[in-house]
Design a protein around this ligand. Sequence first.
Ligand SMILES: Nc1ncnc2c1ncn2[C@@H]1O[C@H](COP(=O)(O)OP(=O)(O)OP(=O)(O)O)[C@@H](O)[C@H]1O
Length: 302
Amino acid sequence: MNSCLAVSASHIHHKFADFEALRDVSFDVKRGQTMALLGHNGAGKSTLIKILLGLINPSGGNVSVLGKQLTAVKNRAELKIGYLPENVSFYDKLTGKEILNYFAALKGIGKVRVVQLLEEFGLEYAQDRALKTYSKGMKQRLGFAQAILCRPELLLLDEPTVGLDPVASQFMYSKIDELKQQGCGVIVCTHELSLIENNIDIALILAKGQALASGTLADLRLASGLKTRLTSPQLAEAIALQPQLAALQQGDGLLLDKQSKSEVVKLLTGDCQVFDFSLKEPALAEIYHFYMGQCAQLDEVS
Ligand SMILES: Nc1ncnc2c1ncn2[C@@H]1O[C@H](COP(=O)(O)OP(=O)(O)OP(=O)(O)O)[C@@H](O)[C@H]1O
């Protein structure tokens, strides 16, 4: 079994009675890598997370977590998995410190770690206040601290930044980054595509229980065939000098595939002497919508 992998999932199927929630889903997440798990409501993301947590057994396929085949793991606690559910809810009459101490005791973790996490997550000042007095951001930080109490080697986060302001969201991603640096594999389920774009290594796009695409952003861009947009204040001059560029024009820019991108850049900086231009690669949101559109088209055909 490959010890570099935090998760290795191959050909996962899952049925709820007659309904196929997951169909032949395969993916790997390396230790130290973050994967975005993307998909529409009901795509099968939570089902996949529940399988990784060992809460449900898949109807078919193989899943290894942290180098161990899930079916062979007798005591789940021996796997260092952290989990932050969507809309984390704790008993709100307890204080932040009491909540972390409670989970620490359940997991056999000492109170020193709780003290350290309360400080790390900027909650020291509110540690003795009841949870009901906490803001959304404070509750989410407490939830995150709870998820990493066990110093996880695999961290599963369901919508970790929903409802958070930009600074609070960035704080969450900086914490994820620290864990990655320590070799933790991270899977983030989210609909916040522009926010996650710069914080992931790979993505898996699910629709109707099937994997539509997976890989790095560069892989997904290439496979989608979506084009790079080049804009320049000197575009009209460049087209006047090289009229063949007009065929690539759309609106105020040029749309370029992988091959034409290098040719056009060469032409602009060479013959046209145009150096003031910018290239915009397709964003994760565009890539996601492209694949969702393809899935809808396939449905229309079938
Ligand atoms: N216990 C269950 N019994 C029957 N069907 C279920 C069960 N759990 C989930 N499903 C169905 O499986 C499909 C996938 O659900 P899942 O919760 O995994 O989707 P999701 O991608 O997490 O959606 P969301 O983004 O809305 O949270 C849905 O059609 C859902 O209704």
